[in-house]
Design a protein around this ligand. Sequence first.
Ligand SMILES: [Fe+2]
Length: 162
Amino acid sequence: MAMRTLDDCFQDELRDVLSAEKQLVRALPKMAKGVASEELRQALLDHLEETEGQVERLEQAFESLDKSPRSKKCVAMEGLIEEGSHVLEEEAEDDVKDAMIIAAAQKVEHYEIATYGTLCTWAEMLGHTDALALLKENLAQEKAADEKLTKLAESINLAATT
Ligand SMILES: [Fe+2]
């Protein structure tokens, strides 16, 4: 078996996150539909639009490496989405359900932040400058989305306690 290089790992991780983002594009509309708070719904729909842009950026990153944008099933994202979809089926008051959806959505964001953080570090080390710029944009969007959810959680969690 050929020895794996860091560049192999980088490309593998890029395929993994492409799969993760594509799965999220499919899942976010369902999550948005299932929440009660209009603000939360809008936040999820805004992030859907951003996620579609992230998929495009990842495809551009592959292009910059002269590679075809093949995804490799991200099992971790599949699990996170599955947990989130179970929340939608739970019997709970609106505020409580929304609080649980935020928790599930933030797990997704933190997973993506971890992945993009690693990808940015590797892209920099490997001298993939164009890919690095694209990945940094995605990372910044995920961090902003996470902060937005934290803000929303402040009021929604409070409502869920009463
Ligand atoms: Fe994303």
